[in-house]
Write a protein that binds this ligand. Structure first.
Ligand SMILES: Nc1ncnc2c1ncn2[C@@H]1O[C@H](COP(=O)(O)OP(=O)(O)OP(=O)(O)O)[C@@H](O)[C@H]1O
Length: 774
């Protein structure tokens, strides 16, 4: 029926159908019932033609199929059915957590999720099937959290808490939820639903894991609260017999209600002793119906339902209750609430067209919910913020992750990555001096202008903490040590290294091949590690410059001649001697801040969603933006602390230099953390499992880090360029010569001005040398 007709006065005559159980009795005239929006509003819950499926439209898993349900105000409605028949799905549609594919739902006079309906919100108390509580909270904190969300004052919550602790036989209010037994946790969950004394209580299997005595007292309580007609309860349970205490029972199977009756009517209708038997009979009947089935349209199905229910109802003709049926309900009979409807109808004697219009009902609902114009409440924000901080505070792992990890990362970085490597072994072979007892004991030299044992003098200059010299008998053994990984490089001096070097200086460009060859320091490096290889190249080259300056100085020559004629002035940015650590540190700071924010947020929402905690919050009336806001605020505070710690460790403990404005450094780091947080929220929104979130975070982490390594590689090249300026020119005594690695030392004759010749074959610089006779 269209809404237009539903609003009107159309009254459907009901046609009796075939008897479900094959009993034919004489039937009284059926009363007619109007089916109007007003009628739907009068029920606590009214579901019409509900269809719901999971999965894609192409491969749907139908869970609700043309389901109709009516829950009158002031009643207990027991929703029974086999596992997987769709009870939880139906309840989650009623509380506004899921949407039907088609059909409509009215809850407390409004449609769930619409403005002013109060649902989700404090008009409903929802106990989901899963525990859906924060394990880190005590019972009291749990109650405070939900109480504040429902807009209650702390004193009010405390009062109610005492009642619920006694009523539900709960342990001390200070016990943590995670330390309670399964049954106790369920009772706390039940207490949360009862906390604010809602108009509509929706309980998904509240009595699981509860002992029979307490179960009875729970039912007594439900009966008690529904007595005055103001409160309504919908309860699902697998203990079918306990549902006898409900006013109405909905028997559900395969996404449909097979019957919706009061328990005693069901029992007498089917002549059964227990509700279980009734359920079995109805289920069998449904199966038989299906076997004989020919495909029917939805409207045919509805008609058939109505017919069946009328037949069901007809079994009860001996009773004084009137029989009623609505055109839409599909499963009605002599049930409690419908009797009520009929009474209203009968007492008026006509169909009341003057009942509240839909807009009036919404206003009423608005008055009830009391928060239609409020975009948030202090209580909700307080509850959400306290929840976020308390969860972190109580979780040692998270606290370590938040505050210890960033500091540890910075310390490890500064200790392990910042400086030059130390203790790199070099295998040295020096044939200028005799090898005894695994060393060259008599490698003596003079620090004056006497040119003896130049190899020893050079080795003395090669004395940095980066290198450890180990001596070998011959070049083969030294190279083998490098191959075995015992050393990073091998250095070899020929027997007449000093003579050849002096001759090379003296002969200059006339130097013969053999002299060039003999004056060479031969170096074989393990270049498999670029950083180490480059550093060794640099230090071996710098040692030669130092050695040559010393010799020139001792001989009274200008030592500056050894320096390459490229003058590096004060750098515009950075230091003259840049530290590898200074270069990488900004990247490390940003990476740490970004990924910690990402890691923390990407799983926060997932855990809450997975455990049903978010669902519970939505049903309690929390808006998504409130959850988001509380997380952003919490995360911001955490990020502030993390950024402070990281920067403090970097700049004040490890003396990293900051030439700019420290406030800007802090601000930029925070902004970087903010982008990590945003990305974390995106991940937590798209991932269902923490595992997937971690994978996605790492998927981003690797390219991010690769770019870092790219920067490091550029740093390495810079080092190499610097290192390549390793040519010296000198004026030795009255002789001029030029020298460069690899091609020997050239002698230019006497009385000449300094000449400069750069090794252009390898590196950057090429300067023409000038031969000037003086
Ligand atoms: N999120 C979901 N995605 C896909 N299928 C779902 C989802 N939730 C439930 N289902 C399926 O829908 C059907 C009905 O599930 P539902 O939880 O509503 O059953 P139920 O009657 O509450 O069962 P129980 O009594 O065991 O809790 C089941 O077949 C279930 O596998």
């Amino acid at each position: 029926m269209s809404e237009g007709s539903a609003m009107g006065e159309r009254v459907e005559p009901v046609v009796p159908g075939p008897d479900l159980v094959g009993v034919n009795v004489e039937r009284p005239p059926l009363t007619h019932q109007q089916s109007t929006v007003w009628n739907k509003r009068q029920q606590a819950v009214c579901v019409r033609h509900a269809f719901k499926h999971y999965g894609s439209n192409k491969k749907p898993n139908h869970v609700l199929s043309n389901l109709n349900m009516t829950v009158a105000k002031g009643t207990i409605y027991g929703l029974l059915g086999a596992s997987g028949c769709g009870k939880t799905t139906l309840l989650s549609c009623i509380v506004g957590r899921r949407r039907l594919n088609t059909g409509e739902i009215w809850v407390l006079g409004g449609k769930p999720g619409t403005k002013g309906s109060g649902v989700p919100g404090k008009r409903v108390g929802y106990m989901p099937q899963e525990i859906a509580l924060y394990g880190e909270f005590s019972i009291k904190e749990t109650m405070m959290y939900f109480g504040w969300i429902f807009g209650m004052e702390s004193s009010e919550i405390n009062e109610r808490l005492q009642f619920l602790l006694n009523f539900l036989d709960l342990p001390s209010q200070n016990r943590l939820v995670k330390n309670l037994s399964g049954g106790q946790q369920r009772r706390v969950s039940f207490a949360v639903a009862l906390m604010h004394d809602p108009e509509l209580l929706i309980l998904d299997e509240p009595t699981v894991g509860v002992d029979p005595l307490l179960r009875q007292s729970i039912w007594n309580h439900l009966v008690q609260i529904t007595k005055d007609g103001n409160k309504t309860v919908i309860i699902t349970t697998h203990y079918i017999e306990e549902a006898r205490q409900a006013h109405t029972i909905g028997l559900m199977r395969s996404g449909k209600l097979l019957a919706e009756e009061s328990p005693h009517v069901l029992l007498s209708m089917y002549g059964c002793q227990s509700l279980e038997e009734v359920f079995l009979k109805l289920s069998r009947k449904q199966v038989q119906g299906k076997e004989n089935d020919v495909p029917v349209t939805v409207s045919q199905q509805t008609e058939q339902n109505i017919a069946n229910n009328i037949s069901l109802a007809s079994l009860n003709w001996g009773k004084k209750d009137s029989i009623s049926v609505t055109e839409e309900s599909g499963v009605v009979g002599l049930n409690f609430h419908q009797s009520k409807e009929v009474l209203v109808h009968d007492s008026n004697g006509h169909l009341d067209k003057g009942k509240p219009s839909s807009s009036r009902s919404i206003t009423d609902a608005c008055d009830d919910c009391g928060s239609c114009t409020e975009w948030t409440t202090r209580g909700k924000i307080r509850a959400l913020l306290q929840k976020n901080f308390l969860r972190m505070w109580r979780n040692v792992g998270v606290m370590l992750f938040i505050f210890a990890l960033p500091v540890m990362q910075v310390i490890l970085f500064c200790l392990a990555i910042g400086g030059d490597p130390k203790g790199l072994k070099l295998a040295i072979v020096n044939h200028e001096v005799p090898y005894t007892n695994q060393t060259y004991q008599h490698c003596d030299f003079f620090r004056n202008c006497s040119l003896t044992h130049m190899s020893c003098r050079y080795l003395d200059a090669l004395n940095t903490s980066t290198m450890v010299k180990e001596y070998y008998r011959d070049p083969m053994m030294a190279k083998e040590a490098v191959r075995r990984g015992d050393a990073w490089g091998a250095l070899y001096f020929t027997e007449n290294f000093t003579d050849a070097l002096v001759a090379r200086m003296a002969l200059g460009k006339d130097t013969d091949e053999e002299t060039l060859d003999q004056s060479e320091i031969r170096v074989w490096l393990d270049m498999s590690n670029q950083q180490i290889g480059v550093i060794l190249q640099r230090d071996i080259g710098l040692a030669f410059q130092a050695f040559f300056k010393e010799v020139l100085g001792a001989c009274g020559s200008n030592v500056d001649i050894v320096d390459p004629p490229v003058s590096f002035k004060d750098p515009i940015y950075g230091n003259e001697k840049p530290y590898f650590r200074d270069f990488v540190a900004p990247g490390i700071i940003l990476t740490v801040v970004f990924f910690l924010a990402l890691a923390l947020t990407s799983s926060a929402l997932i855990t809450e969603r997975h455990d049903g905690l978010l669902d519970r919050a939505w049903v309690a009336g929390v808006y998504p933006w409130e959850v988001l806001f509380s997380h952003v605020l919490t995360q911001f505070v955490v990020m502030f602390g993390q950024t402070f710690l990281v920067l403090f460790a970097m700049f004040y403990v490890f003396d990293l230099e900051c030439k700019g404005n420290m406030f800007l450094v802090f601000l930029l780091s925070m902004l970087n953390g903010l982008s990590g947080m945003c990305f974390g929220f995106v991940i937590s929104a798209v991932c269902d499992l923490e595992r997937n979130a971690i994978q996605l975070s790492f998927g981003q982490f690797l390219p991010h880090f690769a770019s870092q390594w790219n920067s490091l590689a550029s740093g390495g090249n810079a080092l190499s360029s610097h290192q390549s300026i390793r040519v010296a020119a000198l004026n030795y005594g009255h002789k001029c010569f030029e020298m460069h690695f690899g091609e020997g030392l050239g002698y230019y004759g006497t009385n000449c001005l300094p000449r400069i010749y750069f090794d252009c074959s390898l590196d950057l610089y090429f300067l023409e040398y000038q031969y000037v006779n003086t």
